[in-house]
Each structure stands twice: as C-alpha cells, then as structure tokens.
Design a protein around this ligand. Sequence first.
Ligand code: K7E
Ligand code: CUA
Length: 770
Amino acid sequence: MPLCLKKIAIVLLGLGLGLTAASSAWSTETLIDVMKRRSLTEKDLLAAAKTYTPSGGRDEFLAFSSGGQSGQVIVYGIPSMRILKYIGVFTPEPWQGYGFDDESKAVLAEGRIEGKDIHYGDTHHPAISETNGEYDGRYLFINDKANPRLAVIDLRDFETKQIVVNPLFRSEHGGAFVTPNTEYVMEATQYAAPYKDVGYVPLEKFNDQYRGGLTYWKFNREKGRIEPENSFTFELPPYSQDLSDAGKGPSNGWGFTNSFCTERYVGGIERGRPPFEAGCSSKDTDFLHITDWKKAEALVQSGQVKKRNGMFLITMEQAIANGLLYLIPEPKSPHGVDVSPDGKFMIVSGKLDSHVSVFSFEKIQAVIKAGKFEGKDPYGIPIIAMKDALHLQVELGLGPLHTQYDSKPCIAYTSLYVDSMVGKWNYCEGKVLDKLSIHYNIGHLMTMEGDSVSPKGHYLVAMNKLAIDRFNPVGPLHPQNHQLIDISDDKMQLLYDMPLPLGEPHYVVAIKADKLKPEVRYKSGWNSRTDEKSPYGTRAGREKTERTCDAAGKCTVEVMGTVIRSHINPEIIETEEGDTLRIHLTNLERAEDEVHGFAMYGHDVQLSIEPGKTASVTIQTDRAGVYPYYCTEFCSALHLEMQGYLLVKPKGHKAEAATMQEGVAYTQADYDKQVKTNVDTQAVIDQVVAFITAHNYKDFPTVVGLVEDAIDQLGFAKGAKEKADAAAAKSDWQNAMLWANQWWQYQVKTADLGLRAKTFLEQNGAKMVK
Ligand code: K7E
Ligand code: CUA
C-alpha cells in the first residue's frame, strides 16, 4: 500500500469508516481498490470530498450563469456543480412552456426589436438584486448584448417576468449591474451607432452622429418590474463602452463604465482599410467613464432632461455642465471594472497590458472637487489624469480581464486570459500572492457573492473560454468548462471541471442558497407572468367550453379546463374548421412538483402547468382532423391515460346519432369485484388519515398542500361513487363498473397523496397531537 493511501485509510478508520472490512457492507470494492482502478490520487480524493454531495444533499450556494447565445440562464449548485435549471429568458424553452403559452409569449413579445421577433439572446451578465449592497435573493437581471435588452427574473418562481428593449441603443454590453439598493440597473452600449430613432447615417459621420450611452433602468421593487418611463440614459461618445459596475459605500451614487476603441476607428477590410482590431488598439489608454447617477436622477426629476424615443436622455453638454460625467485614462483595451467590497477602489484590467490598475475613489473625488483636470476629450468631457486617480498598479500576468473579491480584506482574484491563470493578489498593498493554472483561456471568474459588500469566500469558479481536450469529444462544438477552485487556503486548489453544454456563458453570480425562498405552488388560477389571478383560472367542477361567433361569422371556441391526476378536463374538444381555439388550463394540484404538461399534435403546443398555474394557448384550427393531446409530465401511474382529442370538424359537418364504441362489456360481477376493492382501499386511506390527523401536520406547509389535494381527490371519489350507485340501481352495469373504477382511481390518488404526507411527517419529526 503506498504511503498516501495508508494515510487515508488511517483517517477513515479514525472516523469509523473502515476501508476494508466495514465498507464491504455496501460494496465489495474498497476505496483503495477504486483509487487504483481509476488511477486517483490522494489529492483527487480530497477534491472529490470537497465537491461530492451525497444523494439528497443540498448545495451551500446557487449560481446563476449566463447562458450566452442560448438566451437562457443556467442555475447550478456549488460546490456540487450540479445543474438544476435552465431558465428561458430571451429564447423559447419548451419544457417550461416558455414561448408556447400565451402568458409567456406576451413576455417574449416585449422583446421584439423594431417589430421583429428575436428568437435568441446573447446573455452576458446576470446580477442579483441587492439591499444595502448585499444580495437579497429576490430578483435576477440579465442583459442581451446583441439586441440591447434587459430581462427581469423573479427568484420566487425562477420565471422571466419582463423584457425591456433599450429605445436608443443598437448593441450593449455593460449590463446588468445593480446599484446597492437595486434603485437602478446599469446597461451600457458596446458598439456605437446612431440612436434608434435615427435611421441611416453613413459611417463617414461616425464621430459626429454615432453615439454610445449608459442607461440607468429604474427598478420598482414592490412591483418587481423595470419602469422605462422613469429610467434615464447618459449620451456618451462613440467609444466602445464595455463593462460597468456601480459604486457602493463611499462611492454609492456613482457608476463606472470602461471602454475600448476610444480611437474611434472604423475598419473596412473590403475597402482596403486596416481592420478594426488594428485601429482599435493603437493608443496606450482608453477611458474609464465615471457617472454621478444620484445627481443625474435629481436633474431628471427637476424636469430639465428631455425624452428621446421615450427615454430621458442626458446629453453630453448637460452632463458636462452639471458635473455628472468624467473620464480617466485606463490601460489599453480594458475589459473589467470591478468596485471593491468597501467601495473605495475600482479595479481595471487592460487586456493588452500586463497590469491591473487600482483606482482610488477618494483620489478621483479630490480631483473633481479641485477641478484639476488634465484636459478634455473631443466632446468636452473633463479628463482626470491617470496618475492623480491611481492607487497602485500591479504586474499580474498576461491578458488580465475580470476581478472578484474574497471574504478576506484586500484580497482579489483576477482572470488572466492569455496566461490561462487565476492571479490572487492584495490590492491594498499591491502584492501578488498566488497563481493557479486553469484550462484554458479564462474569461470571467466568480467568487461567492463576490460583487456584494460582503463576499463569502470559500469557492471561486473560473469560466473558461475554451475547453479543448478536457472532456470526451462530442464533435467540433465543445462544451464550456467551468472550473471550481477552493480559495479557503492561501494556495488556490482546483477541485472540479464542469462541462456546461449550453451557449458560451460569460458571467455568473452565486448567492448563499438559504437566502432564496422559492415557492412550490402558485395561488390557484394564477398567471405566473403577470403575477395576478388569471381571468381564465378554473375551479374543479366549473370546467366549460363555449363557442361564440362574431358578426362576420368568425367563431372562437374557448375552453376553461383543469388538469389533475390523471385527467385533463375536457377530454374531448370540438371545433369547426376555421375556428380559433383558446384553451385555458388550471392545475388543481397543490402538492409539490405535481406538474402537468399539455402537448398537442400538429400545433406547436407544449405547456407546463405547475400546481396552481393557469396556462393558456391560442391556436387556429384551420384543418379538419383528429388531434390527440396528452400530459407531458409523468405525473402518476395513469399519466399515459391523461389524454384527449381535439376534433376539428369539416365545415357543415352533420353528426350522426350514434353511441360510443366500447371495447369491453361489464357485468354485475365486475362491478361487485371493483366495489370490494374500493372498500378495501378506503380502509387503507382511513388508516393514513388517522396517522396524519394524529400529528401536527398543519405545521408543515408541504403536508398541508398534500392533504388539501387528498381531500379534493376524496371529494371527487364521492361524486364518482354516487354515479356508480345510481347506474347500479338501474342495473346499468357498464356505467356502474366504469364509475366504480373512476371512484377507485380517485381513491388511489388520495392514498398516494396521503402516503407522501405520512412519509414526510415521519421523516421530518412530526409530533403526536393527541
Ligand atoms: Cu468578459 Cu461579456 Cu463580461 Cu465575456 S464579457 S468573458
Ligand atoms: Cu399529468 Cu402526466
């Protein structure tokens, strides 16, 4: 046995976990055997122990990753790196019915660009809402670089609620970044362009008529929505503004946005001009833009700012005259600007410079107060000399990009794109502390709550631009690689590679999982996208279908339906060729995770109806035919039977009077046998009910939901029993047997819910109340 293996064996034995004898209880292979077989080292095992989360275990942090070009957000746990959800944001996502039900189609429609549907988004920077600079776990914002848009996701249900389109920009990058109390969400342009209310402007007029900008989107916390009418934009020079960050602590009220291509170069290879990349990197410095949003807000409120295309636009002249906008040279082609947790420093890295630059907010303010500028840019914006604003610079490595903060004071981590490394350093004293190689070409990096006033330390995730050979090959398009790094010691330790099979994620934010309070069900009949009761919410027994025709003879069939284990009500929908069909389905369940789906042949219909939700879909039934529909979530033992037919009748079709053909003829004996089963089942239900009611089940919301559903199902059972009894009284054994069977189906669901409730109570320490 090699020494290191022996050591592990001793440690495990010390914990009462024998490597040989004791472990054989569940495995004939010992830990040592597995290590040998899989060529694992002691270091591997240690790393595994730090990330492995046993079955049923929960993660300490939840990460929200940009889904890049997928237009989605990826949710995963840390340290397990298990993916939990893809949230549809700018892109339809069928599993969630996003972009398929009428409610979410309305959200996506908010994101139309100049009347066109956009079927993707290029998401870059997620941001969690903050209260006093701390992540509060209520909302998530994310930007779309390609079509300047911002989305609001509610973290109570992880659904996208709103998309706003920037009315001026034609590209953006510096969003979403929130101010310390989520008063505003920042969104800055990337590629300068004429504002959207102006059509064509030749590139020859770039300096005069192309513009950048920075929008502060006003967020209404109570409503959980952005208010475009109360938002404002800084007009900025046609530099390529890049990333932003909001000040905090002493710098609260200010925003920081860096830029590249302040050369204002326009390429044109086909015209014989040197490409953009040559002309956009010729100067040694670009500009960090500093904006005073508090003063700007006051200026807007004073009524002195005019709206342009529906957006308050603070012109450069206004911003200069009111002292709202300043520039500081920053090293060549910078990419990140990250405000330190105490709000005193702004760290900027130049992609083409090996230094990270630490700017001091105090020094910046001193220059502004003294009015001692080194000059003006071509648009008259005052320039603060770099030396007057710098705290220090550190030579960290090649291609520094983004910086994140540790829970320990003055400690930062910066991604080194060209070196493919993470650099750990002290930004107060300017000392390099540690470097770790990663694979390969890191973009952003992220520490736990690393953007907040109190980063939580523990872990860092490196978001690498290339994965190359890290994973089993899956064709020329490789997965992304997020690498988990332990930062709790002085030396960083690489723990885990996670392939991310979606888009090119840019930035990620992670929050302590216990700050999130997601709900498990909606209030009954709920429109989850508007957060209001749906006018189409339907209760059990109130299902109905109505056909109405307008004066022009155009008819609409409106279905107010319900879904519950294990049927869709209605099971038969009839329309006439040419009718519009509107189906509204309410999930009557309250039990956790009892979701029903709804898919229909030939109509691009796929809904996700979570407990309490009402989802609607509108289709044109323009071809006569038979269209099966069914539930798409395996919701119960009789899930496959959760089905129905849409019958689109030809115009002028005359129905023949006929009874339904049935496959089996039932006798009284069949009926009696079924009734006996039902009586036995009821005895089981009674036992379970006795157990539940003898305990303090009302203290467990999960169980209360299950019990409510069980009571519903039992009520339906009673109704079915009455129908069975009535048919039996008339010796109609066919219907007596079928209703007796339906009575039993309801009992089975009742028993299933009851047993889930009982198990929950047993596992969660419920107490006897009698
Ligand atoms: Cu560096 Cu869009 Cu933040 Cu990509 S960005 S890495
Ligand atoms: Cu409901 Cu399957």
